[in-house]
Design a protein around this ligand. Structure first.
Ligand code: AMP
Ligand code: MN
Ligand code: ZN
Length: 901
């Protein structure tokens, strides 16, 4: 559903874009604006959005109708005509996508033509572009909000009617009712949480669902005592006034004898003994539906009306039912509406309002002499049980009928078209059904779902009998299938220690021990939070973001933020908690095979380490895959010699210390093998060396002479005698210092000249390198650009806007979310000093080194207290900010103790 929403939002953005381009293309017809037309054919934004959503919906449907991957697809694929068609359509789609991406300043093609990685890259590209486009849409919507630009919709605690959002663009032009409604629909930010007014607390506890029923109308077998005895029923272990463990025990014993009843279907017996009445197997005379306009409609939101409706229904022989549901801002989901149509009338029940009273409908719903017609009742049956304790006896599912008839498609809108010639559009299917008062358009849509259903019921019955030469077999099979559906029991999502594996397997990505640990911890975190806050897990942390965090294991909280776009409010709120979880995952020792796998991967383009070793401020490495694009002779110039050139060293380190993940690339505090370095110096390195030599150690006067770096140029200066003196461990005299200053100046000038030349060379190389990468400015850079020009609408976490990398690896960039300020600045300000040649070992004293680093002990304290069960020791030896990670003893034993009952 989330993807559907994404798709929808993306498409609507796209449509907005094409609307713009329409306008640009037809500059000569600029008076269209004056005509009040947004773009040719559309009188306003609403009209355009309606059209756009319709188009998206039909496209989505069409795509769902394509042959499935696997046998079916392969079979079709064996026909050249199909193959050709697919290819041309595919090309068209890619072109279209590419245009959209280009319009939004996203990278629209991948340089990497590698067949193996190409697809993945392209997919990433689409995901990135989606992010950018959605982000932009979000920014624009925020902007349109004007008055209401809070990151997080604030849910008022009271029962306020939803406010109409005042926005700059929906204020434009003459205001119409539908205008604001459409806007609310798209941007239903201000919906009051209906949960707030529920009489009965929502039970998100990690315990199996127990039916809500307490009165059983139409019973042939009485309701077990467990359900009728309110006391056992309502009692929860946590309500007992004894210690938790004891409460559990008492509760268990009290309920044990009821266990079988508790989890049985309350109408199992009645359904098992339900036989289809003769008249329901005979051919009916289809009874035409009344035109909607002439049909009485009632919106039911009071108990009185509900009772009256129930009485009405009990007198009928059939009625049609449908539900509308909301799942994003609730853990288990909420049934928001119930539509009921009789042959004469349409009803819509506000089930948010009457949630605790809906059970009275069981009288009609479980009456075996009344047929309840649903279309695709699978979910409805579960929702009825979950929210209202309602059951259905004598169900007819037109979806099952459609299947039995082997119709082209089995959706309701297809049946509507087929039997009623009604063009329904399912565009409100995913609307936020919590909205109150219910806009007229949504009422109309909801009514349509049941209004024609009894006529369709007649028609399919006729066809099912005709299909089978008036033999009732096929029709009977539909009744049976429908009965099976009404026997379905609602099952509450239960969190177990293995739940995450089920989801992880679906991701089709292999994760190493650390990544999998992160996935497990994040999964538990979001499940717990979702239950607690009564939000969907998708709202707390969408799975794709959870994947990304697990894969990248960000070292910093900002890195976690960077994995999410847009950042879910609860992630932002609890980023430190999340960070601790990721840290905990990073401390898991990698299996030998995983380290080995990384090493072998190191021979070919290293991809995994790239991902794993990501640090938001680590600009040291240019993605290996990027190097592949360079012509053979062309060497990329890395940004800054601060970092070691030697990639292989990492592997050695990894080998030496089994748990070491990312050795420091900074050589500032390391000894450099001077001899080796001197032996084989490349031209660039020589130049760099010269530059280095110009560097004057500010502490030289305090150093023993042998450690004083002697300037090559100064040696030829007459005043260079001073070094003789300094060699004898003496501080320089003021006079000497002055003389030296002169020498230094001179030397500096020469060195500067050399440095300038070197820089020039370097920049040249860099420029050509950059040129080769010109088209691959990452989407995030672009997004940041546009976000900035858009006035920086969105709040960003400090550190998100970082320094820039010349051509950061895709993965790095994606997660780092480092917007580029300007292309030129960093190159110009770039000073290629290699301080490593200067002796700076003095700085490497443990104290000063640590001061720039994360203090693991401090963190350990909090960490231990917070996350580790008693008796377990957290041996984290490494800080999160350091570039290297020592995996101390693991906390393999760590298990989520939650939830207990
Ligand atoms: P319907 O029976 O078509 O009216 O759908 C009932 C409810 O199911 C809707 O209110 C939605 O919450 C949900 N629903 C239907 N179709 C979809 C879909 N394609 N994706 C996600 N949710 C859906
Ligand atoms: Mn339905
Ligand atoms: Zn519906």
């Amino acid at each position: 559903m989330y993807t559907a929403v994404l798709r929808q939002r993306m498409k609507s953005t796209k449509n907005r874009y094409s609307a713009n381009s329409c306008r640009q293309d037809s500059n000569s017809e600029t008076n269209e604006e004056e005509n009040g037309e947004l773009c040719p054919g559309f009188k306003d934004v609403d009209a355009f959005v309606k059209y756009g959503l319709g188009a998206v919906l039909s496209a989505t449907k069409a795509s769902a109708g394509l042959p499935q991957a696997g046998d079916e697809y392969d079979f079709y694929r064996s026909f050249p005509g199909f193959q050709e068609f697919c290819e041309s359509q595919g090309d068209g789609l890619l072109r279209c996508m590419s245009q959209i991406m280009q319009h939004h300043g996203c990278r629209s093609h991948v340089r990497d033509q590698n067949k193996l990685t190409g697809l993945e890259e392209r997919f990433d590209l689409v995901v990135d572009s989606n992010d950018v486009i959605l982000e932009r849409a979000g920014i624009l919507l925020d902007e349109a909000d004007g008055v209401n630009r809070n990151q997080q919709p604030v849910m008022p605690a009271g029962f306020q009617p939803p406010k109409i959002v005042v926005s700059s663009w929906n204020r434009k032009g003459p205001g119409s009712g539908s205008r604001s409604e459409t806007f609310r629909l798209l941007h239903a930010k201000n919906v009051t949480r209906p949960q707030l007014k529920f009489k009965e607390r929502i039970d998100n506890s990690n315990t199996p669902f127990i039916p809500k029923i307490f009165i059983k109308p139409n019973a042939r077998k009485p309701l077990p005592a467990y359900f009728t005895n309110k006391q056992i029923r309502k009692e929860r272990p946590e309500d007992l006034d004894v210690p938790a463990a004891l409460a559990d025990l008492i509760h268990q014993q009290r309920t044990q004898e009821h266990v079988d009843d508790m989890f049985a279907h309350p109408y199992q017996y009645e359904l098992d003994h339900l036989s289809t009445q003769e008249k329901l197997l005979s051919k009916p005379e289809p009874q035409m539906y009344k035109p909607m306009a002439e049909t009485k409609f009632s919106f039911i939101d009071s108990l009185e009306d509900l009772v009256a409706l129930n009485e009405k229904l009990c007198k009928l022989s059939e009625f049609a039912v449908d539900l509308e549901h909301h799942s994003y801002r609730s853990f288990l989901g909420l049934t928001c509406l119930m539509q009921i149509s009789t042959r004469e009338e349409d009803f819509i029940i506000d089930t948010l309002e009457l949630r605790s009273e809906m059970y009275i409908l069981n009288e009609a719903f479980t009456d075996p002499s009344i047929v309840k017609v649903f279309h695709g009742a699978d979910s409805d049956i579960e929702w009825l049980q979950r929210d209202f304790g309602l059951y259905v006896v004598n169900l007819f599912d037109t979806h099952q009928a459609s299947r039995a008839l082997n119709l082209a498609r089995h959706s309701l809108d297809h049946l509507l078209k087929h039997f009623c010639s009604v063009d329904s559009d399912k565009r409100y299917q995913l609307a936020d059904w919590r909205i109150r008062p219910l806009p007229d358009e949504m009422v109309q849509y909801a009514r349509t779902d049941t209004h024609y259903l009894l006529y369709i019921y007649d028609c399919v019955k006729v066809q099912l009998l005709d299909f089978n030469h008036s033999q009732p077999g096929l029709l009977q099979s539909v009744w049976n299938k429908s009965k099976d559906i009404s026997l379905k029991k609602y099952v509450k999502p239960i969190y177990t220690e293995e739940s995450y594996l089920e989801l992880q397997r679906k991701q089709k990505k292999s994760l190493n021990t650390q990544q999998l640990t992160a996935f497990r911890l994040l999964f538990a975190w979001r499940d717990k939070l979702a239950r607690q806050e009564d939000e969907s897990t998708g709202f707390v942390l969408p799975t794709h973001m959870m994947n990304k965090i697990s894969e990248e294991l960000p070292k910093e909280p900002q890195g976690i933020i960077a994995c999410c776009n847009p950042v879910p409010p609860l992630v932002r709120q609890q980023v430190n908690e999340l960070h601790l979880l990721v840290q905990q995952a990073r401390e898991m020792p990698l299996l030998k095979a995983e380290i080995a796998a990384q090493k072998t991967k190191g021979l070919t383009p290293i991809k995994k380490p790239e991902v794993m070793l990501f640090g938001p401020h680590d600009t040291s490495r240019v993605s290996e895959s990027d190097l592949l694009h360079l012509s053979p002779g062309e060497l990329p110039v890395k940004q800054g010699m601060l970092f070691s050139e030697d990639e292989h060293k990492m592997d050695v380190d990894v080998q030496k210390t089994s748990g070491l993940l990312a050795p420091a690339k900074i050589t500032l505090f390391q000894e450099v093998e001077k001899k080796d370095a001197q032996k084989s110096l490349s031209v660039a390195q020589m130049k760099a060396r010269q530059i280095t030599e110009s560097f004057q150690n500010p502490f030289r006067m305090y150093l023993p002479s042998k450690d004083v770096h002697v300037n090559k140029n100064a040696k030829f200066d007459p005043s260079s005698k001073i070094f003789e003196i300094s060699k004898r461990w003496k501080l320089q005299s003021i006079e000497q210092q002055q003389k030296e200053m002169e020498a230094k100046k001179k030397a500096k000038e020469e060195a500067k000249e050399q440095a300038r030349k070197a820089t020039e060379e370097r920049n040249k190389a860099k420029q050509s390198y950059q040129e080769s990468l010109q088209n691959v400015a990452t989407v995030r850079q672009q997004a940041a650009e546009s976000a900035k020009s858009g006035g920086k609408k969105r709040e960003r976490v400090d550190g998100e806007v970082g320094e820039l990398t010349p051509k950061p690896s895709k993965k790095l960039m994606k997660s780092a979310e480092k917007p580029q300020k300007t292309e030129a600045t960093p190159q110009e300000s770039f000073k290629p000093f290699d301080y490593s040649q200067s002796d700076l070992r003095v700085f490497a004293g443990t104290k000063s080194k640590d001061s720039t680093q994360f203090d693991p002990n401090r963190q350990d304290e909090g960490f231990k207290k917070k996350k580790f069960p008693k008796g377990q020791k957290n041996n984290s030896a490494a800080g999160n900010r350091s570039m290297s990670f020592l995996a101390g003893k693991s906390d393999r034993g760590f298990r989520h103790n939650w939830p207990k009952r």
